[in-house]
Design a binder for this molecule. Structure first.
Ligand code: J7C
Length: 417
C-alpha cells in the first residue's frame, strides 16, 4: 500500500462494521473478521481507510466495511449487478468488439474445425453464447447432435433469428436464461464458453462456467477452454508515465508538481486496462504466475488466488510496473490432435482484452542481473462479486547499491471495487 499515511488522529472516528473477513497483506493493513466493529479515523482514499480495531491501527479496504451491522441482509443492491451486466450485453457494442477480435473468434473456430470429426453426434453447451457465433461454428463446421446456446441477455432474441437465418435451427437451441437456472433433458459432452475478462478473472463469469460444469458436463466430458494461465512481467511504461505524471513537471513553463500526488491517486490507483505493451518494454522474460485447470478449479478457489514470482532483469531500464495478460488452452478431443491456444500477450496479435498495466507509485531504475521477486494475490470482492483487487508485493535485489530506498513495495489495485 503506497497511500500517504495521515498521522494526526481525527477527533471523531466513525463506526463501521466488517462485511466479511479480511487478511492484511502487509504490516500496514489490519486483519479483521466479519462483524468486527472498526473505528475509521481517516478516509485516506476511496479504496483504503485508516482504521482502528481493538486498539490496533492500520489500513482497511473500504469496500469491506458497512455502516450497518445488518446491511448484508437488507441490502437492496444485487452484488452481481446483473441488470447492468446483462443490460450491457443486450446492446451490440460489446458483441461487435468481441466479434471483431479475430484472434479470439478464430481461436474458437479453429478448435471446432480441428475437432470436427470428434464433435460428430456430441451434445454441446455454449455458455454465454452472445450472438451465437461459437454455436454457429459448431453447426457449420461439425455435426454435433445438439448445441444448447445459453445467453441471459436480451441479445438471445436476435441469436435465435441468426440461428434461423443461417439454417441451423435443427442443431442449435437458444435458451434465454442465466446458465445457473437452465434445465436440460440431458448432460452435455462439451462445455464451451468464452468467459475470460480483463486480467483473466474480472467479471467472474468463470463462476457460472464452473457451476454449469458441475451440473451439466457428463463424466469424462470436455471443457473448452481446458486451462487458463495468467502471465506477469515487470515492465517499463515511459510514455504512459510521461503522459500522466511527468506532464506536471513543466507545462507551459510552469511548475505544476503539487498536482503529482493527485495524478498518482487518479491515474495509478487502479490498473490500466487496454494497455498494449511493446515486447521491448518487458524488463525480463514473462512468467505464468497462475494456472487454472478448468476441470478441477472450484468456485471457492476464486476467493483468493496467490502466487509467487521471480524475474531476472535482462537489461537496464526503468521499472514502472507490472503488465499482466492471459492465455487459454483448448485440449483436443482427438488423440494426438493439435491443441489450440489463445494468447493475449505482447508477442501475439493484439486482442480486444489487450493487456493490464499495474503502475508502481514511483519508478525504480534497474540493471541487468537485478532480480524482482514477490507475490501476487487476486482477492475477490466479498460484496461485489464481479470485482476483485490485485495485490502485488515486490522485492528488488540489486547487484549495485543504487536502488537501496526502493527495494521493497506493496500495492493493492482495485478492479474496480
Ligand atoms: N448465463 C448466461 N449468459 C451469460 C452468463 C450466465 N451466467 N454470464 C455471462 N453471460 C453472457 C453475457 O450476457 C454475454 O453475452 C457473454 O456471456 C459474456 C462474455 N464475456 C466475457 N468476458 N467473455
Amino acid at each position: 500500500m503506497q497511500t500517504e499515511k495521515v498521522d494526526e488522529e481525527d477527533a471523531s472516528p466513525e463506526e463501521y462494521f466488517a462485511r466479511s473477513d479480511f487478511t492484511g497483506s502487509d504490516s500496514e493493513q489490519l486483519s479483521f473478521s466479519s462483524g468486527d466493529r472498526l473505528l475509521v479515523h481517516t478516509k485516506a482514499s476511496s479504496e483504503w481507510w485508516w482504521a482502528e480495531l481493538n486498539g490496533v491501527i492500520g489500513y482497511v479496504p473500504a469496500s469491506y466495511l458497512s455502516k450497518d451491522a445488518e446491511e448484508e441482509d437488507t441490502s437492496p443492491e444485487d452484488p452481481w449487478q446483473d441488470e447492468e451486466y446483462f443490460g450491457s450485453y443486450g446492446t451490440l457494442r460489446l458483441h461487435l468488439e468481441m466479434l471483431s477480435d479475430k484472434s479470439r473468434t478464430e481461436a474458437y473456430r479453429q478448435v471446432i474445425l480441428s475437432n470436427s470429426a470428434s464433435l460428430r453426434n456430441k451434445v454441446v453447451m455454449d455458455l454465454g453464447c452472445g450472438t451465437g457465433i461459437i454455436s454457429l461454428f459448431c453447426a457449420q463446421l461439425a455435426q454435433p447432435s445438439l448445441v444448447y446456446a445459453v445467453e441471459a441477455s436480451s441479445m438471445a432474441d436476435y441469436t435465435r433469428q441468426l440461428v434461423k437465418q443461417n439454417s441451423c435451427e435443427e442443431v442449435v437451441t437458444v435458451l434465454q436464461a442465466r446458465a445457473e437456472e437452465i434445465e436440460l433433458p440431458e448432460q452435455v459432452d462439451v462445455l464451451v464458453s468464452e468467459w475470460m475478462g480483463n486480467c483473466l478473472l474480472f467479471e467472474f463469469m468463470v463462476e457460472s462456467v464452473l457451476l454449469a460444469r458441475d451440473r451439466w458436463l457428463r463424466e469424462g466430458g470436455v471443457m473448452w477452454p481446458s486451462s487458463a494461465a495468467l502471465t506477469l512481467v515487470p515492465c517499463q511504461a515511459h510514455s504512459y508515465y510521461a503522459e500522466k505524471m511527468s506532464f506536471w513537471e513543466r507545462p507551459y513553463g510552469l511548475d505544476f508538481t503539487p498536482l503529482q500526488p493527485l495524478a498518482q491517486q487518479e491515474f495509478f490507483t487502479k490498473p490500466k486496462f487496454s494497455h498494449l505493451i511493446e515486447p521491448d518494454d518487458c524488463l525480463s522474460a514473462p512468467c505464468d504466475v497462475i494456472c487454472l485447470d478448468m476441470y478441477t478449479l472450484q468456485v471457492k478457489d476464486l476467493e483468493e488466488i496467490q502466487a509467487k514470482f521471480h524475474f531476472d532483469v535482462e537489461k537496464p531500464g526503468v521499472f514502472h510496473g507490472f503488465t499482466a495478460w492471459f492465455t487459454v488452452h483448448f485440449e483436443s478431443l482427438e488423440t494426438g490432435g493439435a491443441a489450440v491456444e489463445l494468447n493475449t500477450g505482447p508477442n501475439s496479435e493484439p486482442t480486444h482484452w489487450k493487456q493490464t498495466l499495474f503502475m508502481l507509485d514511483r519508478p525504480v531504475s534497474v540493471c541487468a542481473e537485478d532480480t524482482i521477486s514477490g507475490t501476487i494475490v487476486l482477492r475477490r470482492n466479498p460484496v461485489w462479486r464481479r470485482h476483485m483487487t490485485v495485490t502485488l508485493h515486490w522485492n528488488i535485489n540489486s547487484s549495485t547499491e543504487e536502488t537501496e530506498n526502493c527495494k521493497v513495495g506493496t500495492k493493492t489495485f482495485p478492479m474496480w471495487r
